[in-house]
Structure formats: C-alpha cells, structure tokens
Design a binder for this molecule. Structure first.
Ligand SMILES: CC(C)(COP(=O)(O)OP(=O)(O)OC[C@H]1O[C@@H](n2cnc3c(N)ncnc32)[C@H](O)[C@@H]1OP(=O)(O)O)[C@@H](O)C(=O)NCCC(=O)NCCS
Length: 163
C-alpha cells in the first residue's frame, strides 16, 4: 500500500480543502480524464508505463469529495530528480494548485538529499515557464524540435537545492 505524507500540504479553496497525496491505482481514471484535455496528451498506455517506473513518484491533488483535480509525476535517481509532468484541470487553474503540488514534491525529495531537479517544457508554454521560474527553476538549454504534435522546441530547466 502506498504511504501518505506525514504533513500533507493543503490548500483551502472557496468550497473545499484540497489535499496532496501519493497517487493510488484508483486515481488513474481521474488523471486520464485531465490528461486528455492537454496539448500533446500521453496515451493511457504511456500513463500506465509512467506509473510503473521503478524510480518514479506520483502525486495527486484531490478536492474535498476525493476528485482528482491535478497531478505531478516525478522521478529520482540518486541525488538527481526530474519533474516529468504537472497538470491541473482547466477549471481549477490559477488557484495555487500547481504551486502546492511543487511544495509536495520538495517535501518528498527532501528525504533523499536531492541536489538538483530537471525538467523540459514546450517553448511556448509560458504559464508553465512562469510557474517553474517562480519556484526557483532556471533555463539551461533548448532542444530543437523535441516535441511532436505539434512539433516544437523544448526548454530545459533546472532547480538547484545546493545552498
Ligand atoms: C501550468 C499549470 C500546471 C499551472 O497550474 P495552476 O494551478 O494554474 O498554477 P498556479 O495557480 O499554482 O500558479 C502558480 C504560478 O504559475 C504561473 N502561472 C500559472 N498559470 C499562468 C498563466 N495562465 N499565465 C501566466 N502565468 C501562469 C504564475 O507564475 C503563477 O504564480 P502567481 O499566481 O503568483 O502569478 C496549468 O496551467 C496546466 O495544467 N497547464 C496544462 C499542462 C501543462 O502545461 N503542464 C506543464 C508542462 S508539463
């Protein structure tokens, strides 16, 4: 059975309290429903592969009724981590949920003395770029035509945890 965080980050929304927990197998349909609304969504098979990664860790944000409204997929090998995906349901955006998910991620990674966290994002994704820069990431590179459907460059970002 998957563990819950000891100190679960919470966010009080207008009508309910949102909590960040480890993803459970039952959460997959909720994740899949959001995933299908994104640009360049992963297939269900890709999602299932992701959740089976030995070095992966997966967080969900659920509202007071237990509905999945956002998720974050990460991985870690030794002291290096990666944010592989973050998504918030369209009708829940701009309420601080992605910020909260990242707090949950740092809380998870703090157990492993992680020194850096990498990620890639579509070059036109200015909302995500702003989110990551606000949370301490810096641009370190660009991969030409990295993404397909649509074809687009990737920006590579890193956040250092070394003081
Ligand atoms: C990017 C995304 C995860 C942001 O989620 P969110 O819960 O709306 O973000 P938050 O409310 O926590 O906002 C945190 C910060 O992100 C940035 N941000 C979020 N949405 C933004 C927007 N539409 N325009 C500009 N900046 C934005 C801001 O810096 C914001 O800080 P602020 O509120 O102090 O200005 C969400 O828009 C999303 O799911 N997009 C589709 C999937 C995606 O692009 N994922 C990222 C690549 S893997």
């Amino acid at each position: 059975m998957l563990r819950r965080y000891r100190a679960t980050p919470r966010l009080t929304l207008l009508n309910s309290t949102l909590a960040i927990t480890r993803l459970q197998p039952d959460d997959l349909p909720g994740v899949w429903a959001i995933e299908q609304t994104l640009v360049g969504p992963w297939t269900l098979a890709q999602l299932q592969e992701e959740l089976a990664l030995a070095h992966g860790w997966h967080l969900v944000a659920k509202d007071g009724a237990g509905i999945v409204v956002a998720y974050l997929f990460g991985s870690r090998v030794l002291d290096e981590a990666e944010i592989r995906k973050i998504a918030v349901a369209a009708d829940h955006r701009r309420q601080g949920i992605a910020d909260l998910l990242l707090r949950g991620a740092w809380q998870h990674l703090a157990q492993f003395a992680v020194s850096s966290c990498f990620l890639e994002l579509r070059a036109t994704n200015l909302a995500a770029l702003s989110l990551y820069q606000k949370n301490g990431f810096q641009i370190i590179g660009r991969r030409r035509n990295y993404y397909t459907l649509p074809t687009e460059d990737a920006m590579v970002l890193v956040k250092s945890f070394i003081p």
